[in-house]
Design a binder for this molecule. Structure first.
Ligand SMILES: *Cc1c(COP(=O)(O)O)cnc(C)c1O
Length: 400
């Protein structure tokens, strides 16, 4: 009874097919619902809770910051912005940062940067290359850049100025942009998240970097989901040894405190001038503290290497338990950003896994997504597999 009452929200807009569960509190990689049931967190609030829940180093710092100053607005200097920008610049090899509150806002800023870049070159109608299956957010501009037609239904007209190409195909990209003087940027996720954990290949990323240099296009990499250490490097594109010109971040950057950022290299760092862009909440002292502390704790606790190792351990175990089953197309991804693609839609597994005490999501209809907190232990990774493997086997057997 309590469960149904506590887990219903009649006055909240019906934007999610929610599970009948209401969360109460968390500790590490575990969450408890209002009825005291315990869940292993394989979702991390959708790749957000980098440090898990109630982290002993993060919580006191945030408590101290809340008591000191939460918000003061961007009419004044916010020292935390400079502190976090300094970190992000050092980690990325880029040069300047704009702070906002969400992933879509960071992507909006990136799209505006690309258009301004074009206008400064005398291009009146700038166009941006985007990808099939991409996800960049739910505002009109970021939805226009998104590759999932289902999400756009009912919200047209979409914004013009995007050219869509398939991933990992440099010839297709060259063909789609051939003789077009209006192209100003290429915009993509290193590993597509909502699109189904689809990685860009290292050789493709290198080819793309070279092409962007040759044609004077901005390389804009949406690292909102795959960034912030999730793959074992600070940013997933660093596995290819490249540096983007523009990099939107959000999700894991504040370990759960809303924050977004767009990091820019020399080609884009000075495009925005006073009056060109802004935000009321962006860059507030609380969010900046969350970002600074997240990075500090990640470094202190060696979470990059940890995410890489535990992720490899988890992927190998999933591969071993599920990889050879008929009905499992692929186990893929890097670090703690993993997907298990089935040969059929499997949304039902979300609820079944929760009933069995495991939180995960299903994305692109048929891909089981695991994006747990980066503090996940190898033992907890084994527990994920112990819960998930039998569920998948049963599901495949009954739907066959
Ligand atoms: C989640 C996500 C976004 C949108 O972020 P919001 O904070 O929900 O606006 C954009 N790009 C990628 C790659 C994402 O995973």
């Amino acid at each position: 009874m309590t469960a149904l009452i506590e887990a219903s929200s009649p006055h909240v807009m019906n934007t999610y097919g929610r599970l009948p569960i209401a969360m109460s509190h968390g500790q590490g990689a575990w969450l408890w619902d209002v009825n005291g049931r315990k869940y292993l967190d394989g979702l991390g609030g959708i790749a957000v809770n980098t440090l898990g829940h109630n982290h002993p180093k993060l919580v006191p710092a945030l408590q101290e910051q809340v008591a000191r100053l939460i918000h003061c607005c961007n009419y004044y200097h916010v020292p935390g912005q400079e502190a976090l920008a300094t970190e992000l610049v050092a980690l990325s090899g880029m040069s300047n940062v704009f702070f906002c509150c969400t992933g879509l806002e960071a992507n909006e800023a990136a799209i505006k940067l690309a258009r301004k870049f074009g206008h400064e070159k005398g291009i009146e109608r700038p166009e941006i290359v985007v990808y099939e299956k991409a996800f960049h957010g739910r505002s009109i501009a970021t939805l226009s850049a998104t590759g999932n037609e289902k999400l756009k239904q009912g919200f047209g007209p979409m914004l013009e100025g995007f050219i869509r190409v398939p991933a990992n195909d440099i010839e297709a990209l060259k063909k789609a942009t051939e003789g077009n003087p209006n192209v100003v940027a290429v915009f993509f996720e290193t590993i597509q998240g909502e699109g189904g954990i689809n990685p860009m290949r290292v050789d493709y990323l290198k080819q793309l970097r070279a092409l962007c240099d040759e044609r004077d296009w901005l390389m804009m990499i949406d690292e909102v989901q795959c960034g912030m250490g999730r793959t074992g490097k600070w940013f997933a594109h660093q596995w290819a040894g490249i540096v983007p010109d523009v990099m939107p971040l959000a999700k894991g950057l504040g370990s759960g405190v809303p924050i977004g950022a767009v990091v820019a290299g020399p080609k884009a760092a000075a495009l925005f001038q006073p009056g060109n862009h802004g935000t009321t909440f962006g860059g507030n002292p609380l969010a900046m503290r969350a970002g600074v502390e997240t990075i500090r704790i990640m470094k202190e606790d060696g979470l990059l290497a940890h995410a890489e190792q535990v992720g490899a351990h988890l992927k190998a175990a999933l591969q071993r338990e599920l990889g050879a089953l008929p009905g499992v197309k692929e186990v893929r991804g890097q670090g703690l950003m993993l997907g298990i693609e089935l040969d059929r839609p499997c949304g039902a597994l979300t609820g079944r896994a929760a009933e069995a005490g495991l939180l995960l999501s299903v994305t692109a209809d048929s891909v089981i997504r695991l994006v747990p907190p980066l503090i996940l232990s190898a033992d907890e990774a084994d527990q994920i597999v112990a819960i998930l493997a039998p569920l998948v086997k049963t599901f495949l057997a009954e739907a066959a």
